[in-house]
Design a protein around this ligand. Structure first.
Ligand SMILES: Cc1cc2nc3c(=O)[nH]c(=O)nc-3n(C[C@H](O)[C@H](O)[C@H](O)COP(=O)(O)OP(=O)(O)OC[C@H]3O[C@@H](n4cnc5c(N)ncnc54)[C@H](O)[C@@H]3O)c2cc1C
Length: 390
């Protein structure tokens, strides 16, 4: 077992650290306040080749793996953006990149992957629906055969970055639930234009992750062309699992970056702030211990995430590791951001000191992209071989 990163991976961390430093905490505070997409840093990330890390070289990417992606995302997120920056990775190199590079037909790969790498093409993915929620297999969106293509009808909810996206990975049933032998069958993936006739979206007011809107999406008889099918007709859900599990790896990286940044901000503040004589507040164990606990959790989450990413890169099963890492990183980031706020006292609650943004944004990832409860369900069933409780 070798825990050392390669020289190339170390150089990537150094380059990501330099890039992240160009967009400081003030940049992110302003973007958050204006509810504005951080276009400048995303373009810089694409220009540096960091969007295309895991895209094959033949389509303009670096042809590296999920481990390199995890390392770069956690470094960039720790520089200032926190977990909201990892969401831009989820929607582009994961929703777009993994689905296309693993499952799309050759012309679609050639058409879209080079643009993904440069930032010209941007993506969103619609799985969650208002009525089915976590029970995604009960989705109602349906693509009915229409000549050589399909007509898509239905509704999605909470879809990230739709107004920014050029392409939309739509998950829909193509065979009715009542007609399939297994619930995971009968679902297909389609990559369609966001500005397609019949596709509309409406933004949802929310607590945080302000730089990326979340939307309800409506499909009203949307025409889907035959070449827009990604992967296998009726077999899309099994293929989508690679998209969802690599999304967990990137989510974990974002949370690790957030936790690191929150702990750093809290430790810095606590070393300077004095309220009882000459002793800084950072000398009190009541403030030190929870931050130390968060550090322990984040380092464990990091190791488990690297394991998940390495297994994916080797083509081996990685679902349990990706889920466990995400659960632990969610707990680490929740503790780190909450205790960072506590350490800063009243200033933790102000906009000026950035911790409140990290706290708001990190909270999302105990619910999405997979809730803590569903990770525990997964581990109980798959790793403990216990009966399904629902
Ligand atoms: C800001 C934001 C961005 C998102 N982005 C996207 C996106 O881009 N694309 C996309 O498709 N989706 C997206 N989602 C959706 C997200 O994946 C879901 O919100 C999440 O999976 C939970 O589903 P739900 O909100 O319907 O909760 P529900 O399914 O209603 O669950 C509510 C609660 O019940 C618990 N629960 C449900 N079933 C069980 C069970 N069997 N055992 C134990 N507990 C259970 C859940 O864990 C949760 O705590 C986003 C959500 C948010 C809030």
């Amino acid at each position: 077992m070798d825990f050392d990163l390669t020289e190339e991976q170390q150089l990537m961390i150094e380059a990501a650290t330099r890039l992240g430093a160009e967009f400081d905490l003030e940049y992110w505070r302003e973007k958050d306040e204006r509810k504005e997409f951080p276009a400048e840093i995303w373009q810089a990330i694409c220009d540096a080749g960091f969007c295309g890390i895991a895209i094959p070289e033949s389509y303009g990417g670096a042809g590296l793996g999920m481990l390199e992606m995890a390392i770069v995302v956690e470094t960039l997120c720790a520089a200032g953006g926190g977990s909201t920056l990892s969401q831009i990775y989820m929607v582009n190199p994961i929703f777009g990149g993994i689905s296309l590079s693993k499952f799309a037909n050759e012309p679609m790969k050639q058409e879209l992957l080079p643009g993904l790498v440069t930032g010209k093409e941007t993506f969103a993915m619609g799985l969650t629906e208002p009525d089915s929620g976590t029970n995604t297999l009960a989705m109602r969106s349906f693509a009915t055969k229409d000549g050589d293509g399909w007509r898509l009808n239905g509704q999605k909810i909470w879809i990230t970055a739709v107004p920014q996206a050029t392409k939309f990975l739509a998950v829909a049933r193509t065979t009715k639930l009542a007609e399939v032998s297994s619930k995971v069958d009968g679902i297909s993936l389609f990559m369609i234009d966001v500005d397609r006739e019949g596709l509309t979206h409406q933004s949802i007011p929310k607590v945080g992750t302000n730089t990326l809107p979340s939307s309800s999406v409506f499909f009203d008889n949307v025409r889907v062309e035959p070449h827009e099918l990604v992967g296998t007709i009726d077999g899309g859900f099994r293929e989508l699992l690679d998209v969802l599990n690599t999304e967990r790896i990137v989510t974990t990286s974002g949370l690790i970056g957030t936790a690191e940044l929150a702990i750093k901000l809290a430790a810095e503040y606590s070393r300077d702030r004095k309220v009882f004589g000459d002793k800084p507040i950072g000398s009190y164990q009541s403030l030190q211990f929870p931050l130390a606990e968060a550090k322990i959790k984040l380092e464990c989450a990091r190791l488990m995430n690297y394991k998940a990413a390495s297994l994916y890169d080797q083509g081996r099963p990685y679902g349990s590791e990706a889920n466990m890492a995400k659960w632990l990183a969610g707990a680490a980031a929740a503790l780190a951001t909450d205790r960072a706020m506590q350490t800063l006292g009243g200033m933790g609650y102000s906009k000026e000191f950035h911790v409140e943004r990290l706290w708001r944004d990190a909270r999302l990832f105990r619910i999405a992209p997979v809730s803590e409860e569903m990770v525990l369900n997964y581990v109980a069933q798959h790793d403990l071989n216990m009966p399904r409780s629902y």
